[in-house]
Design a protein around this ligand. Structure first.
Ligand code: CMC
Length: 428
């Protein structure tokens, strides 16, 4: 049987046959469907892109029904257990795990690109003392493009690789500088002797000690949290990264847009919202009442539900285990009891079961971050540090894909037409 779809337009009685490839039809094939020859042709209507594939990608595979997440074919559980964030970053960008030599060089390169221009400190100093670190990250990442005008030519593989190295290396530095500005501390400079995650903790927390020594359990946990966030195919911020990149804007500007998209509470801001929610609930006894109010439509349970996962979010399962490892070092975060009770009650409730609403990656990550000492405003920033390799891999794939063009959706215009302008004096 041919892989085609037959469409009959009942307005005209005409029949069209369109090809099916990988279970999809090309939206452009709908254009031939017209009532009159001078019609524009049929469009598909899909607000929020709920059923539209914008790309062919070989980076990240998700099976939302089965709760599967793979980067380049490797299950997230194995990567979180056995790999490191920098190795995963390489994997996402290059498609294969690095050899030992490649890995050593890559680690060296990242380590030696962590410094930012001193002017960046002045730039950050210009922010109000209580500026949100995510707002500062949006601006400072965008500002990086002014330091690297060579980034404009993304067609050259070497230049592209250099910008990607810089972005992955400098994200933690900008994040930590933003945090320290918000609490009135001088920046702590990168330490090249430390691991990627260990150095980030150093830039966050170093005070008077000559050399900051990160707790190995916390540094490892941080690294694994970054891995869990490293990519998630065509989500809101990645789509933003690809969309901005599709106009051939430099990757710093595109990444600033991606950070901005991640800022929203329905995306990367959800972990911050989860913590506020757990604090508002206050005690395990209040959970049933709170769940009822969510069911009544008063608000949504933050950290619950996902556009793609309709069974469970595999990242949430890894993070839940990670929480207990972190608590061994930091002491237990009392909010975990409220979270566990909330998950239990919601997972037994028909409202959540029928709508396939399960805890997502953000549900437990905030509790870990808080136990490690991060303020809630830093949660989406941590998400962004983890996600930058994914954004870059997707940006690069978009750039090199001959099927891609500048992103420019269509609309169905439903407004007024052909009105004569009415002077102010004649308006009622
Ligand atoms: N609490 C209560 N009800 C919910 C929730 C929730 N968290 N999420 C969805 N629903 C209900 C919603 O009201 C709707 O009910 P009905 O059919 O009666 O109108 C139904 O479930 C379907 O909701 P939807 O908005 O059509 O689903 P969506 O796929 O468009 O939204 C979502 C996905 C993640 C935006 C949404 O579930 C949500 O707002 N969750 C809370 C915010 C959150 O945790 N976001 C983090 C996402 S994971 C991190 C990331 O990848 O960014």
């Amino acid at each position: 049987m041919a892989d085609t779809l037959t469409i009959t337009d009942n307005r005209t009685g005409r029949t069209y046959e369109v090809d099916i490839t990988d279970d999809t039809i090309s939206a452009m094939d709908l254009r031939q469907i017209k009532v009159a020859d001078d019609d524009f042709g049929m469009l598909s209507y899909d607000p929020g892109f709920k059923n539209t594939a914008s790309t062919r990608s070989d980076i990240t595979y998700i099976d939302g029904a089965a709760g599967i997440l793979e980067y380049r074919g490797y299950p997230i559980e194995q990567l979180a257990e056995q790999s490191s964030f920098l190795e995963v970053a390489w994997l996402l960008m290059h498609g294969e795990l690095p050899s030992q030599d490649e890995y050593d060089q890559w680690t060296y390169d990242i380590t030696h690109h962590t410094f930012v221009h001193e002017n960046m400190k002045d730039f950050i100093d210009g922010f109000h003392h209580d500026a949100h670190p995510m707002g500062m990250l949006v601006s400072t990442v965008g500002a990086l493009s002014t330091f690297y005008p060579d980034a404009k030519d993304a067609t050259d593989p070497e230049t592209r690789h250099l910008q990607m190295t810089r972005l992955i290396a400098k994200f933690p530095t900008l994040a930590a500088f933003a945090y320290r500005h918000s609490i009135g501390w001088r920046p702590s400079y990168p330490d090249n002797e430390l691991s990627f995650a260990g150095n980030f903790l150093n830039m966050m927390w170093k005070t008077t000690e000559l050399r900051y020594e990160p707790d190995p359990v916390l540094a490892k946990a941080m690294d694994r949290l970054f891995i869990l966030h490293a990519d998630h195919e065509q989500n809101c911020s990645t789509t933003t990264m690809r969309t901005i990149g599709s106009s051939d804007a430099d990757p710093y500007s595109a990444a600033a847009g991606a950070v901005a998209a991640l800022y929203g509470p329905k995306h990367g801001g959800a972990n911050e919202a989860v913590l506020r929610m757990l604090e508002e609930i206050g005690s395990v006894d209040e959970v049933p009442d709170y769940v009822q109010r969510a069911k009544d439509g008063e608000f949504r349970l933050m950290g619950f539900g996902h556009r793609v996962y309709k069974n469970f979010d595999p990242r949430a399962a890894v993070i839940k285990d990670l929480a207990h490892e972190v608590f061994e070092v930091t002491g237990k975060n009392p909010l975990i009891d409220i979270a566990v009770e909330l998950e239990k009650i919601a997972l037994e409730d028909d409202y959540f079961v029928d709508r396939k609403l399960y805890p997502n990656v953000d549900f437990y990550s905030g509790i870990i971050y808080q136990a490690m000492g991060f303020p809630t405003s830093m949660f989406p920033v941590l998400f962004a540090i983890g996600r930058i390799p994914g954004w870059l891999a997707q940006w690069q794939e978009n750039l090199l894909d001959p099927e891609q063009a500048i992103a420019r959706p269509r609309q169905v215009y439903v407004g007024e037409r052909n009105r004569d302008f009415v002077p102010m004096s004649a308006r009622s």
